[in-house]
Ligand binder design. Structure first.
Ligand code: PMP
Length: 445
């Protein structure tokens, strides 16, 4: 960015280089720098940049029919993409609703849940239970459902009072002195206590990120947490919403993250980011049979509308791009590749991170190409949080990596699935150099 930028950027203090082109895992800036996209933006660009087949399909759709408002029409790319998502989910879902951003998908999932209960004669089910240190988006409903203090606190006074939060599931940080089973028992008991406190008949839905992304950095639910939560919610007539906007679409080495975590499907699932792979802004709510049947029944009884709708939902060009992206993901077996490259990234980081990282309590977590280097335990020895400086230095050395929220001192690495092994090694080495330089500079201070 030049100092003349007219945009209200994320940071009010920093200036941004201008990205002008993209090629594979690299983005190129106007001053000719090649930056390895080590976090796919924010777990978005799973196919990297400049993928010709995706670009061609978008151009072709633009030429034939760019946009037809969903008040009047459906479109072939939206229908075909919907079908593909259902097929690839092995019968877990029955209907799809397309939106534009992840936040919009969250808002819509919440509204689908609330409306389902109204149709079901349970309009008193209005409470939503989320978790501490989850992030579901920046719109007001999504902020209320999530709990990423840095993004949420300023807006707290206007957030809905029907949103509640229980503990996060973060065994490596919170499980000391407990077996995993005991830890899960306590978390599930906390949900049940919250249901009882609110009156289970007043609870609409529980929303969780199966693998927490932006706030904690690829913190996966423990083995039995999700299936036990699904079972508990079923017992109380509460809907489950899994937010896979960041961790879904192959990112953790399975198409849906819950498939890697021993769970059955939720009632509703949000997806985004990797769905359009950055070529188009697209998100969706995947809707399970129970909810879909509820809407069908209501329709037979005279209900007329799903009381929501956004101008750009089901956008034909966006769906065409995402359809090609998803076809490529399966044709090129990129989910399996993501799993393999994730293991390589983890092994390389373990080998190359300095001894003092491990000796001072540094840790590595995550799965697939969704890996976080945690530096929290090193703070006291190295004069405060390290992740921000490491992320800045990485960028200077030629790799963009994702800085997690201040709830942790951690950096998330989530490169494109199309990366070569050499590019994964290069990312790991740049990151390690940035970490070494940071540690050295703190010592010298
Ligand atoms: N849910 C999760 C889990 C996310 O990580 C994000 C974005 N980081 C969102 C929702 C919101 O998506 P968007 O920024 O596209 O609105």
């Amino acid at each position: 960015m030049s100092s003349k930028s007219v945009l209200l950027h994320r940071s009010l203090e920093k200036t941004y280089p201008t990205a002008v082109s993209g090629d594979g895992v690299y983005l190129v800036t106007s001053d000719g720098r090649k930056i390895l996209d080590g976090s796919s933006g924010a777990a978005v660009s799973c196919l990297g940049h400049g993928h010709q087949e995706v670009i061609d399909s978008i151009c072709e759709q633009a030429r034939s029919m760019s946009f037809a408002h969903t008040s009047f029409f459906t479109s072939d790319p939206a229908e075909e993409l919907g079908k593909l998502l259902l097929e690839k989910s092995d019968g877990a879902f029955d209907k799809v609703l397309f939106l534009t951003s992840g936040s919009e998908a969250i808002e819509s999932a919440l509204k689908v849940a609330l409306q389902y209960h109204v149709y079901n004669g349970q309009s008193e089910r209005v409470n939503i239970i989320g978790r501490i240190h989850s992030y579901h988006g920046n719109t007001l409903g999504a902020l209320a459902a999530g709990c990423n203090p840095a993004r949420r606190d300023t807006f707290e006074p206007v957030l809905g009072k029907t949103f509640h939060h229980v503990s996060r599931c973060f065994y490596s940080a919170d499980g000391a002195g407990k077996s995993e089973k005991q830890y899960e028992d306590d978390l599930i008991a906390e949900y049940e206590a919250k249901f009882k406190q609110l009156g289970p008949e007043n609870v609409a839905a529980v929303i969780v990120e199966p693998v927490v992304g932006a706030t904690l950095g690829s913190a996966a639910a423990t083995d039995r947490y999700l299936p036990r939560l699904v079972e508990l919610c079923k017992r109380y007539g509460v809907l489950t919403i899994f937010d896979e906007v960041m961790c879904g679409m192959g990112r953790v080495g399975s198409y849906h993250a819950w498939q890697s975590l021993g769970s059955t499907a939720p009632d509703l699932q949000t997806i985004g980011k990797g769905l359009g792979a950055g070529y188009q802004p697209l998100s969706a709510v995947l809707i399970g049979k129970r909810v879909s049947d509820g809407f069908d029944k209501a329709s037979r009884q005279g209900a007329k509308a799903f009381l929501s709708g956004h101008t750009f939902q089901g956008h034909a060009m966006a769906c065409a791009g995402a359809l090609t992206a998803q076809r490529i993901l399966f044709r090129d077996a990129l989910v399996a590749k993501c799993k393999h490259l994730g293991e390589l990234l983890e092994a390389t980081l373990f080998n190359e991170l300095p001894d003092e990282w491990a000796q001072n309590g540094g840790s590595l977590r995550g799965l697939g190409l969704f890996r976080t280097v945690d530096l929290g335990a090193m703070r006291s020895k190295f004069k405060g949080p390290l992740a921000g400086e490491i992320s800045r230095r990485s960028f200077g050395l030629g790799a963009a990596v994702y800085l997690c929220s201040p709830a942790v001192d951690a950096v998330l690495l989530c490169p494109p699935f199309i990366a070569t092994e050499a590019e994964i090694l290069s990312l790991a080495r740049i990151f390690v150099q940035a970490l070494n330089d940071t540690v050295k500079s703190r010592r010298a201070d």
